[in-house]
Design a protein around this ligand. Structure first.
Ligand code: PLP
Length: 405
């Protein structure tokens, strides 16, 4: 037996782990409706043709070799131009192209953290941060997103969680798993705390164009020259190409990051480069036609409204109206002693519908939260909520017995 390193024991990845249970059901011949993963392509949303064509062209033109480790200049310049047009003061030299935003997060945290250092991340939160911080032997400290206040972060909580070992604050806007979009005022408060404590702000903005009523301002556009900000973006969500694994980081106020930037570049060198051909689609995506998003956002909005309305119509369930992305964090108010995971697994067994339990995002397992990905067609969502309603209204401690049998 080969023993795995202890660093792999400390984290789980609920969004994918829970699928094992669903697969078991499928092997028993049952049909499962997957509402656990934020991949719009699975639900019929397609990468815009002009972006696909740019990738095709790159492949045919023989752009199949290694790219420079920080990415091709054409892509980095396109990212910088788009950033400048949104009030972010960076140059192509401050951009590193990565294998999705995920790799950017991994590289930055690896370049930043010593074992025992701390990162402040939101709860509920996207589990990538927990996973990488844990892998590095560093500590995640959490600040709370308030469900009674549209899942806004509490700046008092952030301030209270800072210790001498804290190095960075993660802010995810629009947010996964809550779908919340933060106001400019809230972002300015976060920047003020970062400045006070001398921290780097890690801004995860992979959903920035996917908002409904109110836009999500880039936090790096609100910064003066005193707070270092690293922003993560990608082609995954906005350009509907998660499988291409193409993203980037943008270093704002890189003059405050001399050594960190060197560290990031060394780690980027060591993994050679991110997927080369897809880098040729970055300029086409960022500077091409965005009208496809009107239809996409209309369809997302209908599904969001339907989900919000149907959940709140179920006795004993509630959710707030998310301002962006494609997630709702719902709550079953009475778990009758069960955990949120037991509720989700029991729901899966009874109804064939797969959500992710809130404790997979760091929520208290007794609080009854679960995340819904509302990407399927309205007819499917209606069927889902018919079944959820029936299940929730019959939910008793005895319902748990189904799971244990
Ligand atoms: C908040 C957040 N950040 C990062 C990612 C990862 O994005 P990418 O596909 O660019 O690695 C996701 C994916 O779901 C996400 O929700």
């Amino acid at each position: 037996m080969i023993k795995a390193a202890s660093r792999t024991r400390n984290f789980t990845y609920a969004i994918r782990n829970i699928v094992a249970e669903a697969k078991k059901l499928e092997r028993e011949g049952r049909e499962v409706i997957y509402l656990n993963i934020g991949d719009p392509v699975l639900y019929g949303f397609n990468t815009p043709p002009h972006v696909v064509q740019a990738l095709e062209r790159a492949l045919r033109d023989g752009r199949n070799g290694y790219a420079p480790s920080t990415g091709i200049l054409e892509a980095r310049e396109a990212v910088a131009r788009e950033s400048i047009s949104r009030g972010i003061n960076i140059s192509a030299d401050d951009v590193v192209i990565t294998s999705g935003a995920s790799e950017a997060v991994d590289i930055v945290l690896s370049a930043l953290l010593e074992p025992g250092d701390e990162v402040l991340a939101p709860t509920p939160g996207y589990p990538l941060y927990t996973a990488v911080v844990s892998k590095l032997g560093s500590q995640e400290r959490t600040y709370r997103l308030d469900p009674t206040n549209n899942w806004e972060p509490s700046v008092e909580d952030i301030r209270a969680a800072i210790t001498p070992r804290t190095r960075a604050i993660v802010i995810i806007n629009p947010n996964n798993p809550t779908g919340a979009v933060y106001s400019r005022k809230k972002l300015l408060e976060v920047l003020a705390v970062a400045e006070e404590a001398g921290l780097v702000v890690l801004a995860d903005e992979v959903y920035w164009r996917l908002t409904y009523e109110q836009q999500a301002p880039p936090i790096a556009s609100l910064v003066d020259d005193r707070v270092p900000v690293i922003t993560f973006e990608s082609l995954s969500k906005i350009y509907l190409a998660p499988g291409w694994r193409l993203g980037w980081m943008k270093l704002s106020n890189s003059h405050l990051m001399g050594d960190l930037k060197t560290g990031i570049n060394k780690l980027a060198d060591a993994r050679l480069c991110s997927p080369g051909p897809a880098q040729y689609a970055v300029a086409a995506a960022l500077e091409g036609d965005h009208s496809y998003l009107e239809d996409v956002m209309r369809r997302f909005r209908d599904r969001r409204d339907l989900t919000h309305q149907r959940i709140n119509a179920i006795k004993g369930m509630n959710c707030s109206l998310p301002g962006g992305a494609f997630y709702v964090m719902a709550q079953i108010e009475r778990l009758d002693g069960a955990t949120d995971e037991e509720f989700v697994l029991s729901l899966l067994r009874e109804t064939g519908i797969l959500f992710v339990h809130g404790s997979g995002f760091g929520m208290n397992k007794a609080d009854g939260y679960f995340r819904i990905v509302y990407l399927p067609e309205p007819e499917v969502l209606n069927l889902v909520f018919d079944r959820v309603q029936k299940f929730a209204e019959a939910w008793r401690p005895s319902a748990r017995a189904t799971l244990k049998r």
